[in-house]
Design a protein around this ligand. Structure first.
Ligand code: PLP
Length: 430
């Protein structure tokens, strides 16, 4: 495969952009080789600067659940552009999207739009602190909530991938209020709560984490967290930036029937534009400025182009709920196909799968938390990544990421993915 243009651009980019990229994992450091520079994308495919096409299994890290360049979103954006790109003043579209989110996401009674998942989680923690008058919060090891200082402590995603989970620049003073717990252990939460009685404002987690690879909650785990938080007056925050509108129209909270006090959203909510949101119980959200004293603002928040893209996406998902069944079928065909091929070839690697998310871990043990995820053979993953890329399949360039499937993956493409998987597994083990 000729990727000469990507190589040239990457070399050039490094003169002007730190590491040549605008988000660390894009640099392919965890898997070796040079990153692919993308020129365009359509449906299930992205195309690089040499016009090589790749079947997409990341989909812009989640947002493109309908595949790339979907006509409904493109038309909504073009239509909105005719009226100007930013006003910095309220618009009718913001009410429409807020109403739609409230109708779709069980925990959300009021919602504030922001520009990224990072802003959503930073703001949600601030509001939870303002609401409870407490400082500390609990975060799970290996979960990623964006790059706000207080979250960059045992964080997943790029933070593990880059090998510096505790980033320089995060002060000890900030870190001391972030309490860490292993995912899937209610016992650990009880201990933390006991040791910090009356001091914990919030417990934030990815209900189905995707940032240490995909891990699913043990039966009763989310319900148990709900009980503890209610008992202790702790604000339970589900970070559904990845899972919102993906695992079900109402996210993981709808799928598992557990309603948090607050929810953070991103990715799909913007249809590919930079959008995030946080929302929750009215009583809590009434603390947000200007209704209440907790300050949070944004020049481009509720931007009309971004709102148009998000509205087109959410209306489509809300009106076509059968798509979630289709996504589950696509996910099953790929995840079960991979497991079957692995067994035929004599490998017992763990595959975690839920709906349209899955991860293949190069580990023979079950992956239920950060510790077990870290046992994966990341060198072997790097070889697998390159072998798949060479065969035209674009995976997340890290073992510690979930893959995100789209409705654009037709059966013939799934067959190609599985064929590439078989060939890649043989190649990397020979
Ligand atoms: N929360 C979760 C669960 C995420 O997966 C991410 C990003 O991947 C974020 C928050 C941060 O979102 P953003 O990259 O839009 O700032």
């Amino acid at each position: 495969m000729n990727i000469s243009e990507s190589k040239r651009l990457f070399a050039h980019a490094q003169n002007f952009i730190p590491g040549g990229v605008n988000s660390p994992v894009r640099a392919f450091r965890a898997v070796g080789g040079d990153p692919i520079f993308i020129k365009r994308a359509d449906g299930a495919f992205i195309f690089d600067e040499n016009d090589n096409g790749y079947i997409e299994l990341i989909n812009s890290w989640g947002p493109m659940i309908l595949g790339h360049n979907h006509h409904l979103i493109r038309e909504a954006v073009i239509d909105a552009m005719d009226s100007g790109t930013s006003f910095g003043a309220p618009t009718a579209k913001e009410i429409e999207i807020a109403e739609l989110i409230v109708s779709m996401v069980p925990s959300v009674e009021k919602v504030r739009m922001v520009n990224s998942g990072t802003e959503a989680t930073m703001s949600a923690i601030r509001v939870a602190r303002g609401y409870t008058g407490r400082d500390k919060f609990i975060k799970m090891e290996g979960h990623y909530h964006g790059h706000g200082d207080s979250f960059l402590i045992s964080a997943g995603s790029g933070a593990i991938t880059m090998g510096n989970p505790d980033s320089p620049g995060v002060t000890k003073g900030t870190a001391k209020d972030t309490l860490l717990a292993p995912y899937n252990s209610l016992e650990a939460i009880e201990k933390l709560v006991d040791a910090n009685k009356g001091e914990i404002a919030a417990l934030i987690l990815e209900p189905v984490p995707g940032n240490m690879g995909l891990v699913t909650p043990m039966p009763g785990y989310l319900e148990g967290l709900r009980e503890i938080c209610t008992r202790e007056g702790i604000v339970l925050i589900f970070d559904e930036v990845m899972t919102g509108f993906r695992l079900a129209p109402g996210g993981a909270q709808e799928l598992f029937g557990v309603t948090p006090d607050m929810t953070t959203l991103g990715k799909i909510i913007g249809g590919g534009m930079p959008v995030g949101a946080y929302g929750g119980k009215k009583e809590i959200m009434e603390h947000v400025s200007p209704a209440g004293p907790v300050y949070q603002a944004g020049t481009l928040s509720g931007n009309p182009i971004a709102m148009a893209a998000g509205l087109a996406m959410l209306h489509h998902l809300n009106d076509h709920r059968e798509l979630y069944g289709e996504l589950l079928t696509i996910g099953r065909k790929i995840a079960e196909g991979i497991m079957k091929i692995n067994l035929e070839l004599g490998y017992n690697y763990t595959v975690n799968h839920l709906g349209s998310m899955y991860s293949l871990f190069f580990s023979n043990d079950p992956v239920v938390d950060f510790e077990s995820a870290k046992k994966s053979d990341t060198v072997l993953f790097g070889k697998y990544f390159q072998a798949m890329l060479k065969r035209g399949i674009y995976l997340a360039p890290s073992q510690f990421e979930s893959l995100f499937l789209s409705t654009a993956l037709r059966d013939d493409l799934i067959t190609q993915i599985l064929q590439a998987h078989r060939e890649s597994m043989i190649e990397i083990h020979s």
